[in-house]
Design a protein around this ligand. Structure first.
Ligand SMILES: Nc1ncnc2c1ncn2[C@@H]1O[C@H](COP(=O)(O)OP(=O)(O)O)[C@@H](O)[C@H]1O
Ligand SMILES: [Mg+2]
Length: 578
């Protein structure tokens, strides 16, 4: 019923939970005083003559008790607020920090939509757990015992009956707890799955439209939504049934207590004021526990969410020693590196490579041979490789993300452009870049004239750069990368899917860049790699050949074959075009 790990995490809220219980308890005492003075007035009016003094005194006490009760309730509400105020902040900060610690590799461990759902809805449910449920748990134990002690001298039989019925409510809670837990875990599973497919389908909507697959996906999502609806209804039914049972116990128990009281009254075992007091207070035995029952279901939901949140917080982090790369030592070495995304399917097999500072090295090979995986290892996205990967003599896994990002720039085939202006996007590469520097970078990628015919660097960019052509997007991304000015650049198919002119231009810039920087070029098109200092040819995750273009054409086999094949295709294409 209490999750220690959750409570520990918010240790400092403990005292507010204590205050809340205390204020609620004071409020109960005020209520007892109120009812006591009222029932006495009634008794006096019934059996004796009510004097003015009595009414005034009784009324005065009643008034004080009402005001005091109001104050106590306010204070309890304030303590509840204080107990829950940090919950969202602390949990969201923890989740955010965890994602930062997981670094670029986080998406391999947990899906984005799941994180969003946990930190939004999940954390929201936990607020009730801290702000309401925990204090109610203690108060609902304290209240019946207090009432029992007060009412025992009035009539022991009736108060005992009331006290005995009280534990039936927690027993019914425990009875559904196990079942509820299973159901809620399932509920959260289905909820996050639905979120996953929703996000994916939304992101891929254009593709779905093109292939007219949107209807099928819509049907699939319909089915998933139906599943979610069914599980939600199940959860609600379970909650409703269990609250009905609690209601029956609460009202039944109170009614039983009242019957016993009336019986005692008729037999003359209790005074009129005593009987009235028990009648008025009978429901108070049960109300706190009944309320606990309602909070319990929300708290259970919060606890199920917390299981998911803790699973995220417990994901193993790579021990990051936070080392930095010295800008003068930028040689990169792969030594007997193996890597797999999933068990039993090795993607990289015993890779050894060397990238000297200021060299121009290319990785080639057919699609799926493991080229992007290598880039992912260098960028820290593919953690858990075996073997050694060193940059400037420092193991990649030990390098802090900040240092890695200051040292290397990756330009992939789908570089992301953000909504805003050209300037906003360029400043991501270098926040301090002057207008002059930005214009120079744009001129290098031959975008300046085009942009100047618009609004220069203040030309708006729509989401994902949708108001630019593919080639223009890629050239803008390249300009941003140039402004980033790092010692190492990795181009992963940076020129695939774009027009010939843009490709030529980008390749020209890359060749210029290679004169000063370490450049790693990943390309499936061999015509682009001819000038490299060294070419590594990959095949099924192994390096099958390496050397310069000339050496590979002389002695190589796979490279030569692929090169001939591609140049045949390209000259064929040209002949046909002419
Ligand atoms: N995130 C991933 N999870 C599982 N397998 C992957 C993942 N990314 C790539 N792979 C697999 O790894 C192999 C190499 O992929 P990749 O390095 O992207 O090849 P390429 O040489 O075309 O860049 C492929 O067979 C691919 O299916
Ligand atoms: Mg690739």
């Amino acid at each position: 019923m209490i999750k220690m790990r959750l409570v520990k995490l918010l240790n400092h809220t403990k005292k507010y939970i204590g205050y809340q219980v205390l204020w609620q308890w004071f409020s109960l005492l005020c209520q007892v005083v109120m009812i006591y003075s009222m029932t006495h007035l009634i008794e006096e009016a019934f059996y004796r003559n009510l004097t003015r003094g009595m009414v005034l005194r009784g009324g005065f006490i009643l008034l004080i008790a009402v005001v005091a009760r109001f104050v106590c309730d306010r204070m309890a509400a304030y303590a509840s607020y204080k107990a829950s105020v940090d919950v969202k902040r602390i949990f969201r900060e923890k989740i955010y920090q965890k994602l930062l610690n997981l670094g670029a590799a986080y998406r391999e461990r947990v899906s984005t939509s799941e994180v969003v759902q946990m930190s939004a809805e999940g954390v929201e449910q936990l607020e009730i757990y801290f702000g309401k449920y925990l204090s109610q748990l203690f108060y609902s134990l304290l209240a019946p015992v207090t009432l029992f002690i007060i009412l025992f001298p009035v009539n022991w039989k009736a108060s005992l009956v009331l006290l005995v019925c009280v534990p039936l409510i927690p027993i019914s809670i425990v009875a559904v707890q196990k079942f509820a837990k299973k159901l809620l875990n399932k509920y959260w599973g289905i909820y996050t799955e639905l979120g996953d497919s929703f996000l994916e389908n939304l992101q891929g909507l254009t593709t779905l439209k093109i292939y007219e697959a949107d209807e099928q996906k819509a049907e699939e999502m319909d089915a998933e939504s139906q599943r979610f609806r069914r599980i939600t209804m199940k959860v609600l039914t379970m909650q409703l049934n269990s609250t009905s049972v609690m209601d029956i116990i609460a009202y039944g128990g109170a009614a039983l207590g009242m019957i016993v009281t009336l019986r005692e009254f008729f037999y003359g075992n209790v005074t009129l004021s005593g009987a009235l007091m028990i009648l008025f207070l009978a429901s108070e035995f049960f109300i706190p526990l009944r309320l606990l029952g309602s909070f319990f279901h929300i708290a259970m939901n919060g606890m199920a969410a917390s299981d998911k949140i803790f699973a995220l917080l417990d994901l193993p982090e790579q021990e990051n020693k936070g080392r930095t790369i010295c800008p003068e030592h930028t040689e990169i070495n792969f030594s007997k590196v193996c890597f797999s995304y999933e068990e039993n399917r090795e993607i990289l097999k015993d890779i050894s490579m060397e990238f000297k500072p200021g060299s121009f090295t290319s990785l080639v090979g057919t699609s799926g041979s493991g080229k992007s995986t290598i880039a992912g290892i260098l960028m820290g996205r593919n953690a858990g490789y075996r073997g050694k990967v060193c940059i400037g003599g420092v193991e990649v896994a030990d390098i802090s993300e900040k240092s890695r990002m200051e040292h290397m720039t990756l330009i992939s085939h789908n570089s992301y452009l953000f909504k805003g202006t050209v300037e906003d996007n360029l400043k991501m590469g270098n926040p301090e870049a002057t207008e002059e520097e930005m214009r120079r970078a744009l001129s290098k990628v031959n975008l300046l004239d085009f942009l100047d015919s618009n609004q220069g660097i203040r030309t708006p960019v729509l989401e994902r750069g949708s108001n630019f052509s593919g080639g223009q997007c890629q050239r803008l991304a390249l300009a941003r990368a140039l402004l980033h000015d790092t010692p190492v650049y990795i181009f992963d198919e940076a020129t695939s899917n774009i027009d010939m002119e843009s490709e030529e231009l980008i390749m020209g810039v890359i060749h210029q860049l290679a004169k000063k920087k370490t450049v790693i070029l990943i390309s499936h098109r061999l015509a682009n790699v001819v000038d490299s200092d060294c070419i590594y040819m990959l095949r099924n995750g192994e390096i099958v050949e390496s050397g310069t273009h000339e050496a590979l054409m002389d002695n190589g086999h796979f490279y030569k074959e692929l090169y001939r094949y591609q140049s045949h295709l390209e000259t064929y294409g040209r002949v046909v075009a002419e």
